[in-house]
Ligand binder design. Structure first.
Ligand code: SR1
Ligand code: MG
Length: 430
């Protein structure tokens, strides 16, 4: 059996780690042997002729290979590295984490098969998940950055979140079974990353934070607002304690694949754990805002107008699907229609409050987004200012009535103030 390497990982740090870690990292050359060693994958690819394997991981954590055989069949292998890829070995991270992704892919694949890649196999010893190849799709963030329009994707993600929320929570799982599912799905390593990067570091002077000097005054204003920081604290507490459902855990637009003519797919669910449903909504909402601000500052008016509707589309898709599933809930006597209303209020409140954290962490925390970072410095600073002001306001207003328009209307108000020169943009004076 042979394998032709069309592209090597070629990364000295990763190669060093192959030697140092206790499991073997995949390379294009070793993939055929790996596939042959996995009985559940037998026959999926023809390994008797050379395979073509490309390492395409552009995410922050893992190795990802797309593998094709000569007959045109393909699949994706995702292997956890023993450290954070974007930081290198100085930031170790247990590869056990992809047990969480394998679990989420399996469970979500049963509840929402049209909205996730198909799961094929999990090698626990080598920390490799094998799944459907979605190469015909695009990562949504990239598509948005190129001003492409994928109608339906936002609604699809609302449906996906609803299916998972209902099907993995007390609404859809028998009480004792639910306890063991919550216990086995703990994901302390990845939750710690979110607790630190999303809910702590942006609000203090943390070593990993970075931002343009032009917005320093905005950052200082934000951090010195004790009511705002307390509102983030409330969201952090919810993230750490509210085990509602087996959520995706990192559902930003870089974790969604889109392809016109078919449903969008949520991938990269290694942050999955039992947490608040509103958190998944918040990751999408925050990243919709980045796409919106990019379109506005680049004067892509039609695109901005369309992106402006995405939070509402996701929210409406979510609510409609929860309502569709609601008649099948466990314990309908107590989980009555009045409770559904109260629960939707609380999910909405979490979603808006947690969006504030996503907005801050992607602009002044450790892991930023290309929507904003690839803008020219003046536009970038403008977008970050609007983002931080929006974050501050929605964090304080998140508990009000349900309003999927809130995020975009607040952002528009803040944008208008900056465009009108209430803030002398770029100089930071008010
Ligand atoms: C160290 S990991 C940084 C970020 O990348 C992931 O996609 C998560 O969003 C995480 O916060
Ligand atoms: Mg990710």
């Amino acid at each position: 059996m042979t394998t032709s390497a069309s592209e090597s990982t070629g990364n000295a740090i990763e190669n060093a780690s192959v030697r140092e870690s206790s499991y073997e990292l995949l390379t294009p050359e070793t993939i055929a042997a790996f596939l042959d060693s996995r009985p559940t994958l037998t026959g999926m690819l023809d390994t008797s002729t050379p395979l073509e394997a490309h390492e395409i991981g552009d995410g922050n954590l893992n190795l990802i290979f797309v593998v094709h055989d000569r007959t045109g069949s393909s699949l994706v292998l995702k292997q956890a590295l023993p450290y954070v890829r974007m930081a290198g070995p100085s930031w170790p991270l247990t590869p056990e984490r992809n047990t969480s992704e394998a679990r989420a892919l399996r469970v979500h694949g049963v509840l929402a098969p049209e909205y996730v890649p198909a799961f094929y196999d999990f090698d626990h010893d080598r920390h490799v998940i094998t799944m459907e190849d979605l190469s015909a799709f695009e990562v949504w963030r990239g598509a948005l950055n190129r001003a492409e329009r994928h109608d339906g994707a936002a609604n699809d993600m609302g449906i996906y979140i609803a299916r998972v929320a209902f099907g993995t929570s007390a609404f859809g799982v028998e009480a004792k079974e639910l306890k063991s599912r919550v216990a086995e799905a703990v994901n302390p390593w990845l939750c710690e990353i979110t607790e630190d990067l999303v809910f702590s570091e942006p609000y203090i002077e943390a070593e990993r934070d970075w931002y343009q000097g032009e917005v320093r005054d905005e950052v200082e204003t934000l951090r010195s607002d004790r009511r705002f920081v307390a509102a983030i604290g409330e969201m952090k507490f919810a993230f750490m304690t509210r085990a509602e459902a087996l959520i995706h855990g990192d559902l930003h637009t870089g974790s969604v694949m889109v392809h016109n003519g078919t449903t969008a797919r949520a991938f990269d669910s290694e942050f999955a754990y039992y947490g608040p449903v509103g958190f998944d909504l918040s990751c999408l909402f925050g990243n919709y805002l980045f796409a919106y601000l990019r379109a506005v500052v680049l004067e892509q008016d039609e695109q901005a107008e369309w992106i402006r509707t995405l939070p509402s589309q996701t929210w409406e898709g979510f609510v409609a699907e929860v309502r569709r599933l609601w008649p099948d809930r466990i314990d309908p006597a107590v989980f009555n229609d009045e409770y559904l209303c109260a629960w939707l209020d609380s999910v909405h409140s979490d979603a808006i409050g947690m969006t504030a954290a996503e907005l801050c962490r992607r602009t002044i925390g450790y892991a930023h987004v290309s929507d904003i970072e690839t803008l020219e410095p003046l536009e970038r600073a403008k977008a970050v200012r609007v983002t931080l002001r929006t974050a501050r306001r929605i964090a304080l207003e998140h508990g009000g009535h349900r309003d999927p328009e809130l995020l975009m209307s607040v952002a528009e108000e803040e944008l208008a103030k900056i465009l009108k020169g209430t803030v002398r943009y770029g100089l930071g004076t008010r």
